[in-house]
Design a binder for this molecule. Sequence first.
Ligand code: M6R
Length: 606
Amino acid sequence: MCGISGIISNANIAKKLLDSIQNLEYRGYDSCGMAILNSHGPIIRKNIGHVADVAEKELFLSMNGNTGIAHTRWATHGGVTPVNAHPHANCDGSIAVVHNGIISNYVKLREMLTKKRHTFLSETDSEVIPHLIEEYRKGGMPLESAFVAALKDIEGSYAVAMVAYEKPWKIFCGKHESPLIIGLGKNENYIGSDFNAFIEFTKEAVVMDDGEYAIVSNEGYAVKKIVNGAPVLKKVMHVEWDAEMSKKGGFPHYMLKEIYEQPETVKKALSISDASIQMLAQNVVSAERTYLTGVGTTFYAAQLGQYYFASEAGINVPAVSSDEFLENSAMAKGDFVLAVSQSGETYDTLRVLREAKNRKIRTAAIVNVIGSTMARLVDDVVMQGSGPEICVISTKAALAQVIILIRTALEAGVITGKLRVSEKKQKIKQLEALPQQISDFLNEHSGFVHNLAERQAHHHNWLFLGRGKYYPIALEAALKVKEVAYLHAEGMPAGFLKHGTIALIDDNLRSLVFIPSEKEEALYKMTMSAVEEINARGGKVIGIHSSKTFAKSKLLADQLLLPPAPPLVMPLMALVASQLFSYFLATTLDRNVDKPRALAKSVTVA
Ligand code: M6R
C-alpha cells in the first residue's frame, strides 16, 4: 500500500503537494515522487528515501504549476529503486500516473503493450496504466474515455490518479478496493488516499466508492460510474479531525504522543452511545456463532475481547486472525462477524467481511478511520473516535478497540444473565477510572520504564509470557517490540512454555512475564509456575506486575511495578506499560520510531 495525493489550484501547488505526501508518508515510505504539469507536460521528480530527503534531493519545492499528483510508496512489485518510484509516465511523457494497490493481470497487459512497442522503464505493475491510456488515445479515444477504458482493463485493486498534458486543468482519478477521497477547497481541490492528504487545507470531503471515477478541477468535481459513465451524486462529509490532531505537539515522536493520548481515547471509547454497544452485544448474543476478527494488533485486540466475552458474558466468541479466517472458519448464515480495524482498509480483514456479505452473514466493525472502506461495507459500524493515529505502530487505537469490546462483553453479560445490571455498572465505573490511572502511570512511571528499557535493550532475544487475558497482552507487547525495536520477541502463553520452548531458556534469553495480582489467585499461581521454571533453568525474568511485596522477590532479575488496579482493567495498564517499554527500547536503540523499516500503516494487499 502507498499514499497518493493530488492538488489542482489557481496558485502554485508545489509546497502543498509536498505537504500532502508528507502527511501520507505513514502509508509507505521507501520512495516517493511528484508530477506537476507545466506548459511542456508533466514534470516528474522521484527517488528512493523518505519524503523530506527526496524533496531536498529532487528540489520538489522548485517545481511550479497548478495541477499535480504525488505518491509515497511501499514496494510490492519491483524493488525499491528510483525508476520503480511513482509517478510513472507513458512513452512520450505526456501522461503521469500514481497508483495504490495491486494489478493482478499486469504481466499479461505488459506483454500486450510491449508487443505494441511500448517501452517500460520500471518493474512495477502500475506502469501499465499510463501505457494503456496512451494506447487507447492512439486509437482516437478522448482522454476521459481512454482513462476509463484503462481502468476497465486492469484487474486487482487500485486507486489511480492521472494528470495529462492535453488537459492541464484536470486530475482524473478512479478506484476499486483501494481508498480514494476528494477534498473540496476554495479555488482548489484535492485528492488523497485518506483525509491526512489534505487535512491541513479543508475539512470538506467526498468519499469515492468502488467502481467510480472522478474528474477534479480547481472549481469542482464530477463523479461517474466506471461501468457506464453515469453521473453519481455524492454526499459531502465534514471531517471532525483537524490538522492540529495530526501534529506532534511537542512530543519527539507520534508514537509517544499517541501513547500519552490514551486517557483521552479511552474517554472517547467510553462516550460511544450505549445504543451502539447494545446493538453489537445483541448481535453477538443472538447469532448462531460470533467471530471476532482483525489482524496484527487488531487481532490481539479481538483476542483480548474473546477473553472478556468468556469472563463477563460466559460466551465463547472466537477471535480468528483475518489472514487465516476463510481457510479455517466455517461461517454460515445466522453467524455474526465483528471486525476490528484502525484503518478500515486492511485487505485481509476486508476479504473476510466481503466473503461474509457474499454468504449473507451479518457484519459489524469497530473502525477508527471515518469514511474507510470497512466503515462503509459492514451492516453496522462503531466509529471508535480515537483521532488520527499517525505512527505506523498502533497504540491508542488498539486500546480504544479493547475498551469497546469490553463494554460489549459487559452488555452481553447482562443479556445472557451472567452479570447483574448493578455489576455491569460497577465494572463500567472501573473503566471510567482508567483514564486517570493511565495518566498517573504515564506521568509518574515513564522514567522507570525508560530506565528499564535502557538496562535491557542490549538483549536481542525475548520471550513475552502471560496467562489468561495477559496472553494476548504478551502477544501484542512482543509484536510492538519486533515492529519498533527490531528485537526478536516471541509472545506465548506462560503455560505453553513448559511444553517445549523452555529448552531455549539460558542466561542470554530474557523472559518478560506479565504477572497478575495475587487477587487473581489461580492465574497468579499458574503464572508463577512459569517464573519458577525459568529461574530453575538459569533464565532471567523481567516481571511486569503490581505487587509491592513481590517486588522484593529474588525470582525477578528486573521489573516494572504497575500501580494497583482491579482485575478487569489491570491487563490494560499492562498493555500501556508494554507500549511505553517498546517505545523506549526503540529510542535507546536509535530506531526509526514512527516509520519502522519495512512497515506501512495499513496493509491493503494480500
Ligand atoms: O488498520 P488495521 O487495524 O486493520 O491494521 C491491522 C494491522 O496491520 C496493524 O495492527 C499492524 O499490526 C500494526 N503495525 C500494529 O502496530
